[in-house]
Design a protein around this ligand. Sequence first.
Ligand code: FAD
Length: 481
Amino acid sequence: MGAPSAIDQLQRVLEPRCIVTDPAELLVYESDGFTIARARPAAVVFPLSTRQVVQAVQILAREGVQIVPRGSGTGLTGGCVAFDDGIIVSTARMTRIHRIDLDNRAAHVDAGVRNTALTDVLAALPGGSAWHFAPDPSSQRASTIGGNAATNAGGIHTLKDFVSSNHVLGIEMVLADGSVARIGASDGCHESPPLDLPGLVCGSEGTLGIITSLWVRLTPKATAFRNIVGIFATQADACRAISDIIAAGHLPAAMEMLDGPMVQIIEDAYHFGFPRDAAALVLTELDGVEDLLDEQMRQVIEIFRGHNPISVESSADPARRAALWKARKSAFGAIGKISRSYCTQDACVPRSMLADVLAEIGRIGRRYGLQLPNVFHAGDGNVHPIFLYDDRDQRQVQNTLAAAEEILRYCIDVGGALTGEHGVGVEKIHLMPYQFDRATMEQFQRVKAAFDPAQQFNAGKLLPSEKVRVTLLKPGRQAPQ
Ligand SMILES: Cc1cc2nc3c(=O)[nH]c(=O)nc-3n(C[C@H](O)[C@H](O)[C@H](O)COP(=O)(O)OP(=O)(O)OC[C@H]3O[C@@H](n4cnc5c(N)ncnc54)[C@H](O)[C@@H]3O)c2cc1C
Protein backbone atom coordinates (compact mmCIF):
# COMPACT_ATOMS: atom_id res chain seq x y z
CA MET A 1 0.00 0.00 0.00
CA GLY A 2 1.09 3.59 -0.50
CA ALA A 3 3.18 5.79 -2.73
CA PRO A 4 6.23 3.48 -3.27
CA SER A 5 4.03 0.61 -4.45
CA ALA A 6 1.97 2.99 -6.63
CA ILE A 7 5.15 4.37 -8.23
CA ASP A 8 6.30 0.81 -9.02
CA GLN A 9 3.04 0.11 -10.83
CA LEU A 10 2.95 3.50 -12.57
CA GLN A 11 6.43 2.81 -13.94
CA ARG A 12 5.03 -0.31 -15.60
CA VAL A 13 2.25 1.52 -17.49
CA LEU A 14 3.87 4.89 -18.29
CA GLU A 15 6.95 5.66 -20.36
CA PRO A 16 9.95 6.68 -18.22
CA ARG A 17 9.76 10.27 -19.53
CA CYS A 18 6.20 10.49 -18.16
CA ILE A 19 7.08 9.92 -14.52
CA VAL A 20 9.26 12.11 -12.28
CA THR A 21 10.66 10.80 -8.99
CA ASP A 22 14.07 12.51 -8.78
CA PRO A 23 14.00 14.78 -5.67
CA ALA A 24 15.79 17.61 -7.50
CA GLU A 25 13.21 17.58 -10.30
CA LEU A 26 10.35 17.28 -7.82
CA LEU A 27 11.41 20.58 -6.29
CA VAL A 28 9.70 22.35 -9.20
CA TYR A 29 6.39 20.75 -8.24
CA GLU A 30 6.53 21.67 -4.54
CA SER A 31 4.35 24.73 -5.02
CA ASP A 32 2.34 26.79 -7.45
CA GLY A 33 2.34 30.61 -7.53
CA PHE A 34 1.31 30.71 -3.85
CA THR A 35 4.76 29.69 -2.65
CA ILE A 36 3.86 29.81 1.04
CA ALA A 37 2.15 26.41 0.59
CA ARG A 38 4.84 23.84 -0.16
CA ALA A 39 5.14 20.08 -0.10
CA ARG A 40 7.20 17.68 -2.14
CA PRO A 41 5.04 15.15 -4.02
CA ALA A 42 6.04 11.49 -3.94
CA ALA A 43 6.05 11.63 -7.76
CA VAL A 44 4.62 13.52 -10.71
CA VAL A 45 3.10 11.66 -13.65
CA PHE A 46 2.34 13.05 -17.09
CA PRO A 47 -0.23 10.83 -18.85
CA LEU A 48 -0.47 11.38 -22.60
CA SER A 49 -4.04 10.14 -23.07
CA THR A 50 -7.33 9.68 -21.22
CA ARG A 51 -6.57 5.95 -21.12
CA GLN A 52 -3.32 6.62 -19.24
CA VAL A 53 -5.14 8.94 -16.82
CA VAL A 54 -7.58 6.08 -16.15
CA GLN A 55 -4.68 3.69 -15.49
CA ALA A 56 -2.98 6.16 -13.15
CA VAL A 57 -6.20 6.86 -11.21
CA GLN A 58 -6.94 3.14 -10.83
CA ILE A 59 -3.46 2.47 -9.44
CA LEU A 60 -3.45 5.46 -7.09
CA ALA A 61 -6.97 4.81 -5.80
CA ARG A 62 -6.15 1.14 -5.17
CA GLU A 63 -3.03 2.17 -3.24
CA GLY A 64 -4.91 4.85 -1.27
CA VAL A 65 -2.59 7.63 -2.48
CA GLN A 66 -3.88 11.21 -2.76
CA ILE A 67 -4.34 12.19 -6.42
CA VAL A 68 -3.53 15.83 -7.10
CA PRO A 69 -4.53 17.07 -10.58
CA ARG A 70 -2.28 19.71 -12.09
CA GLY A 71 -2.12 21.76 -15.27
CA SER A 72 0.77 24.22 -15.61
CA GLY A 73 1.02 25.03 -11.89
CA THR A 74 0.30 28.76 -12.31
CA GLY A 75 -2.44 28.64 -9.66
CA LEU A 76 -2.26 31.18 -6.84
CA THR A 77 -3.83 29.25 -3.95
CA GLY A 78 -1.74 26.09 -3.52
CA GLY A 79 -4.43 24.03 -5.29
CA CYS A 80 -2.05 21.67 -7.10
CA VAL A 81 0.34 21.06 -4.18
CA ALA A 82 0.53 17.40 -3.10
CA PHE A 83 0.62 17.12 0.70
CA ASP A 84 1.05 13.88 2.69
CA ASP A 85 3.03 11.96 0.05
CA GLY A 86 0.41 12.54 -2.63
CA ILE A 87 1.14 12.04 -6.32
CA ILE A 88 0.54 14.76 -8.90
CA VAL A 89 -1.22 13.77 -12.12
CA SER A 90 -0.46 16.53 -14.60
CA THR A 91 -2.45 16.91 -17.81
CA ALA A 92 0.11 19.43 -19.14
CA ARG A 93 1.34 17.03 -21.85
CA MET A 94 -2.14 16.22 -23.15
CA THR A 95 -2.09 18.93 -25.78
CA ARG A 96 -4.16 17.71 -28.74
CA ILE A 97 -6.69 19.98 -30.37
CA HIS A 98 -9.17 17.34 -31.53
CA ARG A 99 -11.55 19.49 -33.49
CA ILE A 100 -12.26 23.08 -34.40
CA ASP A 101 -15.81 23.65 -35.58
CA LEU A 102 -16.19 27.27 -36.72
CA ASP A 103 -19.74 26.63 -38.01
CA ASN A 104 -20.84 25.78 -34.49
CA ARG A 105 -18.32 28.11 -32.80
CA ALA A 106 -16.84 25.32 -30.71
CA ALA A 107 -13.59 23.43 -30.24
CA HIS A 108 -12.71 20.13 -28.59
CA VAL A 109 -9.33 20.28 -26.85
CA ASP A 110 -7.25 18.24 -24.45
CA ALA A 111 -7.06 19.62 -20.91
CA GLY A 112 -3.36 20.45 -21.29
CA VAL A 113 -3.78 22.81 -24.25
CA ARG A 114 -2.53 26.22 -23.13
CA ASN A 115 -5.09 29.02 -23.16
CA THR A 116 -3.44 31.06 -25.94
CA ALA A 117 -2.38 27.97 -27.92
CA LEU A 118 -5.99 27.44 -29.03
CA THR A 119 -6.32 31.03 -30.22
CA ASP A 120 -2.92 30.78 -31.97
CA VAL A 121 -4.03 27.64 -33.85
CA LEU A 122 -7.32 29.34 -34.79
CA ALA A 123 -5.40 32.29 -36.22
CA ALA A 124 -3.68 30.00 -38.71
CA LEU A 125 -6.98 28.64 -40.11
CA PRO A 126 -8.88 30.28 -43.00
CA GLY A 127 -11.32 32.67 -41.31
CA GLY A 128 -10.06 31.56 -37.90
CA SER A 129 -8.31 34.77 -36.90
CA ALA A 130 -11.68 36.38 -36.20
CA TRP A 131 -12.22 33.97 -33.28
CA HIS A 132 -10.71 33.27 -29.90
CA PHE A 133 -11.11 31.42 -26.62
CA ALA A 134 -12.23 34.43 -24.61
CA PRO A 135 -11.15 33.78 -20.97
CA ASP A 136 -7.91 35.75 -20.56
CA PRO A 137 -6.16 35.19 -17.24
CA SER A 138 -2.89 37.14 -17.23
CA SER A 139 -1.20 33.73 -17.06
CA GLN A 140 -2.81 32.74 -20.36
CA ARG A 141 0.43 32.01 -22.20
CA ALA A 142 1.25 29.34 -19.61
CA SER A 143 -1.96 28.16 -17.95
CA THR A 144 -3.94 25.26 -19.41
CA ILE A 145 -7.57 25.25 -20.47
CA GLY A 146 -8.15 22.35 -18.04
CA GLY A 147 -6.67 24.46 -15.24
CA ASN A 148 -8.74 27.48 -16.33
CA ALA A 149 -11.91 25.38 -16.10
CA ALA A 150 -10.88 23.78 -12.78
CA THR A 151 -10.32 27.21 -11.20
CA ASN A 152 -13.10 28.93 -13.17
CA ALA A 153 -10.47 31.47 -14.16
CA GLY A 154 -11.32 35.02 -15.10
CA GLY A 155 -9.13 37.78 -16.44
CA ILE A 156 -8.94 41.36 -17.59
CA HIS A 157 -11.97 40.99 -19.89
CA THR A 158 -14.18 39.10 -17.42
CA LEU A 159 -16.29 42.23 -16.98
CA LYS A 160 -17.78 41.70 -20.44
CA ASP A 161 -16.76 38.15 -21.41
CA PHE A 162 -17.41 36.47 -18.03
CA VAL A 163 -15.44 33.63 -16.43
CA SER A 164 -14.30 30.28 -17.85
CA SER A 165 -17.46 28.34 -16.95
CA ASN A 166 -19.36 30.50 -19.44
CA HIS A 167 -17.06 29.21 -22.17
CA VAL A 168 -17.03 25.51 -21.32
CA LEU A 169 -19.72 23.54 -23.15
CA GLY A 170 -18.76 20.01 -22.19
CA ILE A 171 -16.18 18.10 -20.18
CA GLU A 172 -14.62 14.64 -20.29
CA MET A 173 -13.26 13.63 -16.91
CA VAL A 174 -11.88 10.60 -15.11
CA LEU A 175 -13.69 9.80 -11.87
CA ALA A 176 -12.36 8.17 -8.70
CA ASP A 177 -13.42 4.65 -9.78
CA GLY A 178 -11.49 5.04 -13.03
CA SER A 179 -14.59 5.50 -15.17
CA VAL A 180 -14.73 8.20 -17.84
CA ALA A 181 -17.65 10.63 -17.64
CA ARG A 182 -18.70 12.95 -20.46
CA ILE A 183 -20.91 15.76 -19.25
CA GLY A 184 -22.60 18.66 -20.99
CA ALA A 185 -22.56 19.34 -24.69
CA SER A 186 -20.25 17.67 -27.17
CA ASP A 187 -19.55 17.53 -30.88
CA GLY A 188 -20.29 21.16 -31.58
CA CYS A 189 -23.67 21.16 -29.81
CA HIS A 190 -24.09 24.35 -27.82
CA GLU A 191 -26.97 23.49 -25.55
CA SER A 192 -26.20 21.64 -22.33
CA PRO A 193 -28.85 19.33 -20.94
CA PRO A 194 -30.98 21.01 -18.24
CA LEU A 195 -28.66 20.04 -15.37
CA ASP A 196 -25.52 22.15 -15.83
CA LEU A 197 -22.91 19.58 -14.76
CA PRO A 198 -20.01 21.36 -16.52
CA GLY A 199 -20.95 24.41 -14.44
CA LEU A 200 -20.58 22.27 -11.33
CA VAL A 201 -17.17 20.92 -12.32
CA CYS A 202 -15.84 24.35 -13.34
CA GLY A 203 -14.31 25.85 -10.21
CA SER A 204 -14.15 22.52 -8.35
CA GLU A 205 -10.33 22.82 -8.24
CA GLY A 206 -9.46 19.21 -8.99
CA THR A 207 -11.55 17.86 -6.10
CA LEU A 208 -14.08 15.92 -8.21
CA GLY A 209 -11.91 14.20 -10.82
CA ILE A 210 -9.36 14.82 -13.54
CA ILE A 211 -10.54 16.78 -16.56
CA THR A 212 -9.04 15.19 -19.66
CA SER A 213 -10.71 17.14 -22.47
CA LEU A 214 -13.19 19.97 -22.97
CA TRP A 215 -15.59 21.30 -25.57
CA VAL A 216 -15.22 25.07 -25.43
CA ARG A 217 -17.02 28.01 -26.94
CA LEU A 218 -15.28 30.12 -29.59
CA THR A 219 -16.11 33.82 -29.47
CA PRO A 220 -15.73 36.47 -32.19
CA LYS A 221 -12.88 38.87 -31.42
CA ALA A 222 -13.71 42.54 -31.04
CA THR A 223 -12.28 44.67 -33.83
CA ALA A 224 -12.89 48.26 -32.72
CA PHE A 225 -11.61 49.75 -29.46
CA ARG A 226 -11.31 52.94 -27.44
CA ASN A 227 -9.16 53.39 -24.35
CA ILE A 228 -9.67 55.93 -21.61
CA VAL A 229 -7.16 56.45 -18.80
CA GLY A 230 -8.29 58.40 -15.75
CA ILE A 231 -5.67 59.54 -13.24
CA PHE A 232 -7.03 60.49 -9.81
CA ALA A 233 -5.69 62.21 -6.70
CA THR A 234 -7.77 59.99 -4.41
CA GLN A 235 -8.73 56.33 -4.60
CA ALA A 236 -12.26 57.22 -3.50
CA ASP A 237 -12.79 59.42 -6.58
CA ALA A 238 -11.50 56.68 -8.87
CA CYS A 239 -13.75 54.05 -7.26
CA ARG A 240 -16.85 56.25 -7.49
CA ALA A 241 -16.14 56.93 -11.16
CA ILE A 242 -15.96 53.17 -11.78
CA SER A 243 -19.29 52.52 -10.03
CA ASP A 244 -20.95 55.39 -11.87
CA ILE A 245 -19.80 54.14 -15.28
CA ILE A 246 -21.41 50.75 -14.65
CA ALA A 247 -24.49 52.32 -13.05
CA ALA A 248 -24.94 54.48 -16.16
CA GLY A 249 -25.41 51.28 -18.18
CA HIS A 250 -22.00 51.04 -19.86
CA LEU A 251 -20.35 47.66 -20.14
CA PRO A 252 -16.67 48.27 -20.87
CA ALA A 253 -14.64 45.31 -22.09
CA ALA A 254 -12.27 45.96 -19.19
CA MET A 255 -11.83 48.41 -16.34
CA GLU A 256 -8.57 47.95 -14.46
CA MET A 257 -7.22 49.98 -11.56
CA LEU A 258 -3.68 50.51 -10.28
CA ASP A 259 -3.33 52.27 -6.94
CA GLY A 260 -0.66 54.92 -6.28
CA PRO A 261 2.04 52.56 -4.91
CA MET A 262 1.53 50.25 -7.90
CA VAL A 263 1.84 53.15 -10.37
CA GLN A 264 5.14 54.13 -8.70
CA ILE A 265 6.48 50.55 -8.79
CA ILE A 266 5.70 50.30 -12.52
CA GLU A 267 7.19 53.72 -13.21
CA ASP A 268 10.39 52.89 -11.30
CA ALA A 269 10.78 49.67 -13.29
CA TYR A 270 9.68 50.60 -16.79
CA HIS A 271 9.17 54.42 -17.08
CA PHE A 272 5.85 54.42 -18.96
CA GLY A 273 5.33 58.10 -18.13
CA PHE A 274 2.45 57.88 -15.63
CA PRO A 275 2.42 60.63 -12.95
CA ARG A 276 4.15 59.44 -9.78
CA ASP A 277 1.83 61.43 -7.54
CA ALA A 278 -1.31 59.62 -8.78
CA ALA A 279 -3.36 57.91 -6.07
CA ALA A 280 -5.15 55.80 -8.69
CA LEU A 281 -5.03 55.04 -12.40
CA VAL A 282 -8.11 53.56 -14.10
CA LEU A 283 -7.59 51.96 -17.51
CA THR A 284 -10.87 51.45 -19.34
CA GLU A 285 -11.37 49.68 -22.64
CA LEU A 286 -14.53 49.98 -24.73
CA ASP A 287 -15.12 47.67 -27.65
CA GLY A 288 -17.96 47.07 -30.07
CA VAL A 289 -19.40 48.70 -33.18
CA GLU A 290 -16.99 51.34 -34.52
CA ASP A 291 -19.73 53.91 -35.26
CA LEU A 292 -21.02 53.85 -31.68
CA LEU A 293 -17.73 53.93 -29.81
CA ASP A 294 -16.93 57.66 -29.98
CA GLU A 295 -20.24 58.59 -28.36
CA GLN A 296 -19.79 55.93 -25.68
CA MET A 297 -16.25 57.17 -25.03
CA ARG A 298 -17.53 60.75 -24.70
CA GLN A 299 -20.01 59.64 -22.03
CA VAL A 300 -17.37 57.69 -20.08
CA ILE A 301 -14.97 60.66 -20.20
CA GLU A 302 -17.75 62.87 -18.87
CA ILE A 303 -18.27 60.54 -15.91
CA PHE A 304 -14.52 60.50 -15.20
CA ARG A 305 -14.49 64.32 -15.34
CA GLY A 306 -17.27 64.44 -12.76
CA HIS A 307 -14.94 62.86 -10.19
CA ASN A 308 -12.06 65.37 -9.94
CA PRO A 309 -9.51 63.59 -12.11
CA ILE A 310 -5.97 64.93 -12.41
CA SER A 311 -6.19 64.01 -16.09
CA VAL A 312 -8.25 61.97 -18.56
CA GLU A 313 -6.61 60.58 -21.68
CA SER A 314 -8.52 58.90 -24.49
CA SER A 315 -7.30 57.11 -27.56
CA ALA A 316 -8.41 55.10 -30.59
CA ASP A 317 -4.81 54.36 -31.57
CA PRO A 318 -3.92 50.62 -31.62
CA ALA A 319 -0.28 51.44 -30.75
CA ARG A 320 -1.34 53.40 -27.65
CA ARG A 321 -3.71 50.57 -26.72
CA ALA A 322 -0.85 48.06 -26.94
CA ALA A 323 1.38 50.33 -24.81
CA LEU A 324 -1.28 50.75 -22.12
CA TRP A 325 -1.91 47.02 -21.84
CA LYS A 326 1.82 46.39 -21.80
CA ALA A 327 2.05 48.73 -18.80
CA ARG A 328 -0.83 46.96 -17.03
CA LYS A 329 0.63 43.53 -17.71
CA SER A 330 4.08 44.61 -16.51
CA ALA A 331 2.85 44.93 -12.94
CA PHE A 332 4.03 41.52 -11.75
CA GLY A 333 7.39 41.84 -13.51
CA ALA A 334 7.91 45.20 -11.81
CA ILE A 335 7.08 43.71 -8.42
CA GLY A 336 9.49 40.84 -9.04
CA LYS A 337 12.25 43.45 -9.39
CA ILE A 338 11.72 44.92 -5.92
CA SER A 339 10.58 42.05 -3.72
CA ARG A 340 12.15 38.67 -3.01
CA SER A 341 8.70 37.09 -2.58
CA TYR A 342 5.14 38.15 -3.19
CA CYS A 343 1.69 36.67 -3.27
CA THR A 344 -1.44 37.95 -4.92
CA GLN A 345 -4.68 37.76 -3.03
CA ASP A 346 -8.08 37.63 -4.64
CA ALA A 347 -11.53 38.53 -3.34
CA CYS A 348 -14.64 39.99 -4.89
CA VAL A 349 -16.61 42.87 -3.39
CA PRO A 350 -19.59 44.96 -4.45
CA ARG A 351 -18.24 47.76 -6.69
CA SER A 352 -19.91 50.32 -4.45
CA MET A 353 -17.65 49.14 -1.57
CA LEU A 354 -14.35 49.36 -3.47
CA ALA A 355 -13.21 52.62 -1.87
CA ASP A 356 -13.84 51.30 1.67
CA VAL A 357 -12.13 48.01 0.88
CA LEU A 358 -9.02 49.72 -0.51
CA ALA A 359 -8.86 52.00 2.53
CA GLU A 360 -9.11 48.98 4.85
CA ILE A 361 -6.43 47.10 2.88
CA GLY A 362 -4.17 50.13 3.40
CA ARG A 363 -4.89 50.21 7.15
CA ILE A 364 -4.26 46.48 7.56
CA GLY A 365 -1.01 46.70 5.57
CA ARG A 366 0.27 49.54 7.75
CA ARG A 367 -0.65 47.68 10.95
CA TYR A 368 1.36 44.63 9.86
CA GLY A 369 4.22 46.68 8.41
CA LEU A 370 3.60 45.25 4.93
CA GLN A 371 3.76 46.87 1.51
CA LEU A 372 0.43 46.09 -0.21
CA PRO A 373 0.17 47.61 -3.70
CA ASN A 374 -3.05 46.93 -5.63
CA VAL A 375 -3.61 46.17 -9.31
CA PHE A 376 -6.99 44.67 -10.03
CA HIS A 377 -10.11 44.12 -12.09
CA ALA A 378 -12.01 47.09 -10.67
CA GLY A 379 -14.96 46.88 -13.05
CA ASP A 380 -16.07 43.58 -11.56
CA GLY A 381 -15.03 44.42 -7.99
CA ASN A 382 -12.28 41.79 -8.07
CA VAL A 383 -9.55 43.08 -5.75
CA HIS A 384 -5.96 41.79 -5.83
CA PRO A 385 -3.82 43.19 -3.00
CA ILE A 386 -0.25 42.04 -3.55
CA PHE A 387 1.77 41.14 -0.46
CA LEU A 388 5.48 41.89 -0.69
CA TYR A 389 7.56 39.94 1.83
CA ASP A 390 10.77 38.00 2.36
CA ASP A 391 10.14 34.26 2.58
CA ARG A 392 13.30 33.78 4.69
CA ASP A 393 11.73 35.77 7.51
CA GLN A 394 9.09 33.73 9.34
CA ARG A 395 7.68 36.87 10.97
CA GLN A 396 6.97 38.44 7.57
CA VAL A 397 5.39 35.20 6.35
CA GLN A 398 3.14 35.05 9.42
CA ASN A 399 2.24 38.74 9.06
CA THR A 400 1.35 38.13 5.41
CA LEU A 401 -0.97 35.26 6.34
CA ALA A 402 -2.57 37.19 9.21
CA ALA A 403 -3.09 40.35 7.12
CA ALA A 404 -4.48 38.27 4.23
CA GLU A 405 -7.01 36.70 6.58
CA GLU A 406 -8.12 40.07 7.95
CA ILE A 407 -8.59 41.43 4.44
CA LEU A 408 -10.65 38.44 3.35
CA ARG A 409 -12.85 38.63 6.44
CA TYR A 410 -13.45 42.31 5.76
CA CYS A 411 -14.34 41.62 2.11
CA ILE A 412 -16.85 38.97 3.18
CA ASP A 413 -18.26 41.28 5.89
CA VAL A 414 -19.05 43.98 3.31
CA GLY A 415 -21.00 41.51 1.17
CA GLY A 416 -18.17 40.16 -0.96
CA ALA A 417 -16.87 36.69 -1.77
CA LEU A 418 -13.79 34.71 -0.81
CA THR A 419 -12.64 34.49 -4.40
CA GLY A 420 -13.25 36.34 -7.63
CA GLU A 421 -11.21 34.10 -9.92
CA HIS A 422 -8.21 32.38 -8.29
CA GLY A 423 -10.22 29.87 -6.28
CA VAL A 424 -9.79 28.71 -2.69
CA GLY A 425 -7.09 26.00 -2.74
CA VAL A 426 -5.37 25.74 0.63
CA GLU A 427 -4.87 29.48 0.94
CA LYS A 428 -8.43 30.35 1.93
CA ILE A 429 -9.88 27.00 2.96
CA HIS A 430 -10.08 27.97 6.64
CA LEU A 431 -12.42 30.83 5.70
CA MET A 432 -14.95 28.71 3.79
CA PRO A 433 -17.03 28.25 6.99
CA TYR A 434 -16.81 32.04 7.53
CA GLN A 435 -18.38 32.68 4.13
CA PHE A 436 -20.82 29.75 4.09
CA ASP A 437 -23.13 28.51 6.82
CA ARG A 438 -23.01 24.94 8.12
CA ALA A 439 -25.92 23.72 5.95
CA THR A 440 -24.25 25.03 2.78
CA MET A 441 -20.89 23.52 3.74
CA GLU A 442 -22.64 20.17 4.26
CA GLN A 443 -24.20 20.43 0.81
CA PHE A 444 -20.76 21.09 -0.70
CA GLN A 445 -19.40 18.01 1.10
CA ARG A 446 -22.30 15.91 -0.26
CA VAL A 447 -21.47 16.99 -3.81
CA LYS A 448 -17.83 16.03 -3.20
CA ALA A 449 -18.91 12.66 -1.76
CA ALA A 450 -21.16 11.95 -4.76
CA PHE A 451 -18.16 12.25 -7.10
CA ASP A 452 -15.36 11.09 -4.81
CA PRO A 453 -16.64 9.18 -1.75
CA ALA A 454 -13.18 8.08 -0.54
CA GLN A 455 -11.68 11.59 -0.96
CA GLN A 456 -9.03 10.43 -3.43
CA PHE A 457 -8.87 13.71 -5.32
CA ASN A 458 -7.17 16.76 -3.84
CA ALA A 459 -8.48 16.35 -0.28
CA GLY A 460 -7.81 19.41 1.88
CA LYS A 461 -8.29 21.84 -1.02
CA LEU A 462 -11.40 23.98 -1.40
CA LEU A 463 -13.30 21.98 1.26
CA PRO A 464 -11.93 21.18 4.73
CA SER A 465 -10.89 17.53 5.15
CA GLU A 466 -9.54 15.47 8.01
CA LYS A 467 -7.75 13.26 5.51
CA VAL A 468 -4.77 15.42 4.55
CA ARG A 469 -2.42 17.48 6.72
CA VAL A 470 -1.54 20.83 5.14
CA THR A 471 1.61 22.64 6.32
CA LEU A 472 2.65 26.10 5.22
CA LEU A 473 6.16 27.41 4.50
CA LYS A 474 9.03 27.03 6.91
CA PRO A 475 11.54 29.86 6.48
CA GLY A 476 14.89 29.39 4.79
CA ARG A 477 13.97 26.27 2.80
CA GLN A 478 16.77 24.82 0.76
CA ALA A 479 16.83 22.53 -2.25
CA PRO A 480 16.93 18.86 -1.16
CA GLN A 481 20.50 17.58 -0.70
C1 FAD B 1 1.26 35.85 -13.30
C2 FAD B 1 -0.07 35.20 -13.05
C3 FAD B 1 -1.21 35.85 -13.44
C4 FAD B 1 -2.46 35.26 -13.22
N1 FAD B 1 -3.58 35.91 -13.64
C5 FAD B 1 -4.79 35.35 -13.45
C6 FAD B 1 -5.97 36.02 -13.90
O1 FAD B 1 -5.92 37.11 -14.47
N2 FAD B 1 -7.15 35.40 -13.68
C7 FAD B 1 -7.24 34.19 -13.07
O2 FAD B 1 -8.35 33.67 -12.90
N3 FAD B 1 -6.14 33.54 -12.63
C8 FAD B 1 -4.93 34.08 -12.81
N4 FAD B 1 -3.81 33.43 -12.37
C9 FAD B 1 -3.95 32.15 -11.66
C10 FAD B 1 -3.83 30.88 -12.56
O3 FAD B 1 -3.07 31.16 -13.71
C11 FAD B 1 -5.20 30.32 -12.93
O4 FAD B 1 -5.83 29.84 -11.77
C12 FAD B 1 -5.14 29.20 -13.97
O5 FAD B 1 -6.46 28.89 -14.37
C13 FAD B 1 -4.46 27.93 -13.47
O6 FAD B 1 -4.22 27.06 -14.57
P1 FAD B 1 -3.07 25.95 -14.51
O7 FAD B 1 -3.13 25.15 -15.76
O8 FAD B 1 -1.76 26.57 -14.21
O9 FAD B 1 -3.59 25.09 -13.28
P2 FAD B 1 -2.79 24.59 -11.97
O10 FAD B 1 -2.19 25.74 -11.26
O11 FAD B 1 -1.90 23.48 -12.35
O12 FAD B 1 -4.00 24.02 -11.11
C14 FAD B 1 -4.95 24.89 -10.56
C15 FAD B 1 -6.09 24.07 -9.93
O13 FAD B 1 -6.79 23.38 -10.95
C16 FAD B 1 -6.73 21.97 -10.74
N5 FAD B 1 -6.52 21.36 -12.06
C17 FAD B 1 -5.57 21.68 -12.98
N6 FAD B 1 -5.69 20.91 -14.07
C18 FAD B 1 -6.74 20.08 -13.83
C19 FAD B 1 -7.35 19.03 -14.57
N7 FAD B 1 -6.92 18.67 -15.77
N8 FAD B 1 -8.41 18.39 -14.00
C20 FAD B 1 -8.87 18.73 -12.78
N9 FAD B 1 -8.32 19.70 -12.04
C21 FAD B 1 -7.27 20.37 -12.56
C22 FAD B 1 -5.59 21.75 -9.76
O14 FAD B 1 -5.79 20.61 -8.96
C23 FAD B 1 -5.63 23.03 -8.94
O15 FAD B 1 -6.59 22.91 -7.92
C24 FAD B 1 -2.55 34.00 -12.57
C25 FAD B 1 -1.38 33.34 -12.19
C26 FAD B 1 -0.15 33.93 -12.42
C27 FAD B 1 1.08 33.18 -12.00
